[in-house]
Design a protein around this ligand. Structure first.
Ligand SMILES: Nc1ncnc2c1ncn2[C@@H]1O[C@H](COP(=O)(O)OP(=O)(O)OP(=O)(O)O)[C@@H](O)[C@H]1O
Length: 260
């Protein structure tokens, strides 16, 4: 993993009336990593994501974006094509076909010809494992897994450097979820992506993440999966110390013994 930050969140504060969601929160996202964000309900995962995406103005603090050479980017250079977002529900436009959904960001943000736009969209469809016949379907005609893949193809069509995934495996059966994990790993490797994902799916987090960032006490504690299961914070202990968490930490110990 590359240790240069691509996004740096410093002293982030988010308040709604009397409620403080984030208090002097610091968080760095490094180029080329997959980082998972976890936290209890209402701890501010979505607010953090929206703050990074510029969808929500923080009460105070800064969020800096860097290019691959760690140069701070000005506002003009932070164009929406630098990142892609996969929202939890997929957020596909229900009145557009899969192909029309996928080409939308290219039509909105570039001046490419209709032919190039279509070719790029079909390329991304293939890359995420959607059959080309799906291009003519409407979202209501797709399975849950296909909706996620179509939304992922749309998030990737502008060739972003960072993608944000909000609960990418929620609603998928375990096999489809595992296939989706494999897809994320494949895309990270082949597109040189940085991936930030909010997830409650421990299997998915341990299968894919280089680091796991936990939102507790209005701040972030981030570490490798092996380290985070040993963190002494009571909520983190409880979260990862449950039956499934224990299975994962035993799995990683078994893996390292095997690998030694
Ligand atoms: N626009 C807003 N106005 C007032 N309060 C808000 C607003 N947006 C978020 N909040 C509050 O901020 C807190 C964090 O919300 P957020 O949606 O980020 O939680 P979350 O960690 O994503 O939760 P979940 O896992 O349940 O989706 C919640 O208490 C929520 O009610």
């Amino acid at each position: 993993m590359n240790q240069r930050p691509i996004i740096k969140v410093s002293n982030l504060v988010n308040r709604f009336g009397n409620q403080t969601v984030h208090e002097q929160l610091d968080f760095e996202i490094f180029a080329g990593e997959i980082v998972g964000i976890v936290g209890g309900s209402g701890t501010g995962k979505t607010v953090l994501l929206n703050s990074i995406l510029g969808l929500q103005k923080p009460s105070s603090g800064s969020i800096e974006f860097y290019d691959i050479k760690s140069r701070s980017l000005g506002d003009a250079e932070r164009c929406p094509t630098s990142w892609g977002v996969l929202f939890q529900s997929g957020a596909l436009f229900s009145n557009l076909t899969v192909l029309e959904n996928i080409v939308t960001p290219l039509i909105e943000h570039t001046k490419m010809s209709a032919r190039t736009v279509k070719e790029l969209a079909l390329l991304r469809m293939r890359m995420v494992g959607l059959p080309l016949s799906a291009q003519f379907k409407y979202p209501s005609q797709l399975s849950g897994g296909m909706v996620k893949r179509a939304a992922l193809a749309r998030a990737l069509v502008t060739d972003p450097r960072v993608i944000f995934l909000d609960e990418p495996t929620s609603g998928l059966d375990p096999i489809a979820a595992e296939e989706f994990d494999e897809l994320i790993l494949y895309l990270k490797q082949h597109l040189d992506l940085t991936v930030v994902m909010i997830s409650h799916d421990l299997d998915s987090l341990f299968n894919t993440c280089d680091r796991i960032a936990v939102l507790v006490d209005k701040k972030i504690r981030a570490a490798t999966p092996d380290e985070i299961v040993n963190n002494d914070h009571p909520w983190i202990q409880r979260y990862f110390g449950g039956r499934r968490g224990r299975l994962h930490s035993q799995g990683s110990e078994a893996h390292s013994v095997h690998g030694a």
